[in-house]
Design a protein around this ligand. Structure first.
Ligand code: DX5
Ligand code: ZN
Length: 217
């Protein structure tokens, strides 16, 4: 099973982003958290910054939109050249229509669910998406604890992906470290976002390698 490690630059130094992106050269994708202070109680950056990140990053971008009205704003991130654009199910008016638009522009389309949002209604829509992000913390902040209780959602998703032979990546985000990554991988995740555990201690390259090894076990 391929394992993708996507470090979150939410834990990077915002005034030295280019430098901090260079420190994760062994990552698969750069996870970029866009927050609007409305959908979540925190604020990061918008299209202008993401455009600059896209311009300087040697690694493709995995954009996670924690914003209201993604129907209006998400296509702009695909137009900037993001590899994948993930919006929240709770915020989208027309999730399938938006995913189709993102694909048309050339991005992989992702849908995210908060810990309390059931996955059932989305299982039959899976062919419309390229990625499902199962949040393992309440979105908004780095450094929170992994919520293991959401693992059944990954198991349900993984069953459908296997049964239908879909190319849908199953991503987890929040509290992912060397211990919890193994739990998520076991439940069926293949794409792992990690902020604190990559940036906050030791060397990012070694941390990425350790996460990759732990996910593969
Ligand atoms: C939280 C963000 C995450 C965050 C994860 O809402 O979506 O991407 O950076 O941070 P850690 O890995 O520290 O939980
Ligand atoms: Zn995120």
């Amino acid at each position: 099973m391929p394992v993708r490690i996507n470090p979150s630059i939410l834990s990077a130094d915002f005034v030295n982003l280019e430098h901090d992106i260079a420190r994760i050269a062994t990552a698969d994708l750069v996870h970029v958290d866009v927050m609007d202070n409305h959908f979540v109680p925190n604020l990061t950056f918008g299209p202008q910054m993401v455009g600059r990140i896209q311009a300087v990053s040697p690694i493709p971008l995995d954009v996670h939109l924690m914003i209201d009205d993604p129907d209006r704003w998400a296509p702009g991130y695909a137009e900037l050249g993001a590899f994948s654009v993930t919006f929240h199910a709770e915020a989208a008016a027309d999730a399938v229509g938006l995913a189709r638009k993102l694909r048309e522009i050339g991005a992989r389309a992702g849908i995210a669910v908060k810990p309390g949002t059931p996955i059932g209604p989305y299982l039959e829509l899976l062919p419309e998406f390229d990625q499902v992000l199962v949040m393992t913390v309440e979105p908004g902040f780095g450094g929170q604890s992994f919520i293991e209780a959401v693992m059944p959602k990954l198991e349900a998703l993984s069953d459908v992906v296997k049964r239908l032979g879909l190319d849908v990546w199953l991503q987890v985000d929040g509290g992912v470290d060397e211990r919890t990554i193994a739990i998520a991988a076991e439940a069926g995740a293949d794409t792992f976002v990690a902020g604190s555990s990559v940036y906050n201690t030791g060397d990012p390259t070694e941390n990425i390698a350790a996460l990759r090894a732990a996910a593969g076990r």
